[in-house]
Ligand binder design. Sequence first.
Ligand code: FAD
Ligand code: SIN
Length: 530
Amino acid sequence: MNENSTQFDVLVIGSGAAGLTAALTLATQRKVLVLAKGKLTSGSTAWAQGGIAAVLDAGDTFEDHIRDTMVAGAGLNDREAVEFVIERAPAAIDRLCELGVPFNRESGDLHLTREGGHSHRRIVHVDDATGWAVQAALLKAAEENPNITLLPDRSCIDLITGRHEAKYSGSGRVWGAYALDTATGKVEAYTARATIMAAGGAGRVYQFSTAPRGATGDGIAMAWRAGARVSNMEMMQFHPTCLYNLEVKNFLITEAVRGEGGRLFHPETGHRFMEDYDAERMELAPRDVVARAIDDQIKRFGLDYVHLDISHEPPEFVKEHFPTIHEKLLGLGIDMTTGPIPVVPAQHYTCGGVMIDLHGRTDLPGLYAAGECTESGLHGANRLASNSLLECFVFGEAAARDILAHWDGFEAPPAIREWDESRVTDSDEEVVIKQNWTEIRRMMWNYVGIVRTTKRLERAKNRIDLLASEIEDYYGNFRVTTDLIELRNLHQCADLIVQSGLRRHESRGLHYTLDYPQTDDEVKDTVLVP
Ligand code: FAD
Ligand code: SIN
């Protein structure tokens, strides 16, 4: 047995918006351990730009926000989940204000910006760097809370389940996770009565993504391997406007630029091409529509990028609304107050994930999940802009409340086996990890991107199957490193995405295939069962 095994009441995997919201709620009554891969600010939360959607304006209604969410989600959303989240949004914003998030205000009221797919101004924001302010406020509150222990540089490898119990109990419960301490190189068992998975999305499965380096789908892959169902993994969101730059590959240009008047143009003819795709909503059509339009222009005219231009607005207005982006672009020789920004679509958000109910419960007793690693029913076939942070706050809290409400039913974990390192040696070929990683990401970009075909998905599946034994062999024989953990999870998620894509015989939202271009009302969620 592992003498180093460390036990808390609840283990939270992930220190982003979902994980820290859960931890802060739990810490009113329980001792919580939060683990993060790398720094505590390494998730997507700190990178969020546009803001958080909530009905706060007198002219706006829950029903309108619900309708916009379901229109963007192309009818695949679960209406109960949509209502659940949207009705809790104003209270979530109030709590963030109490934590000190300095949202922009105008004459004392919260300033609301606009993004694609929203019929009203309803996005609260902190300039164009909302995520950083939210992450900082949550982290400060967690650091000050004596019931919360934060451990960065712990790469979770797998959930602890029945097969890791010293004496198998048959309970089927999740008892925590094994994690690599990257400073010592040791793997420790972190056990708890309940575990909340909040490990973020799988964006880095694609060659071009706005997501941070660690978005490798670890949480989805760990839950899947432990026996939880995942759904709608084919619904990968591509953001229409990522900066095109040969040096800086993943800098997002927030949708709020279009919300505040930015227009898209063919870079050579100057044609405002959204007229040809969605003349009514133009640049403010939902993301899947705008991303597909840009992809079509790029492919049809052999372009490297299209232009996003807000230079018709007064320079002071542009600088005031987008100070971070303006400064970043100036450093790259682009002045957005006087000229256009070259942009391309890039992977941005994982709509599918671990299936949860309204209490954040997964299929596995003792395992909850919240945030981007989940499929809660909110986003359907395409996430509405700025609904994601909101989902983290609502489900992070819901999961924590459910654990607190049923605490007496959570047993203490049994004795757990130590991580077995007797068979492994140090890797002699680190380069293989890098090569496999690059191969998966390039293949996913080329074969499983914005426009798909059955043939391309099958090609991707063949490559994934070929890589499977190589990666498992590597994992079975060599000491784990964060790179290896991530490669195994990237591969797992790529497989789930392609399997799901092959099962969906229709086009809907983010899944567009030339072989089934129509939407089929009979087709619902793509649920994969381990
Ligand atoms: P994350 O914030 O990604 O946190 C994941 C956590 O899990 C991290 O702490 C990470 O270290 C940890 N972790 C991962 N793997 C492991 C492991 N193996 N072991 C231990 N820990 C692990 N959404 C909006 O609503 N509004 C926006 O304006 C917005 N802008 C965005 C801009 C960008 C550039 C990006 C990339 C996303 C944006 N999104 C936005 C989406 C939103 O930021 C994310 O969906 C959300 O922050 C996810 O939060 P999370 O808590 O689920 O995960
Ligand atoms: C953006 O600022 O464009 C991102 C908003 C989001 O992903 O919800």
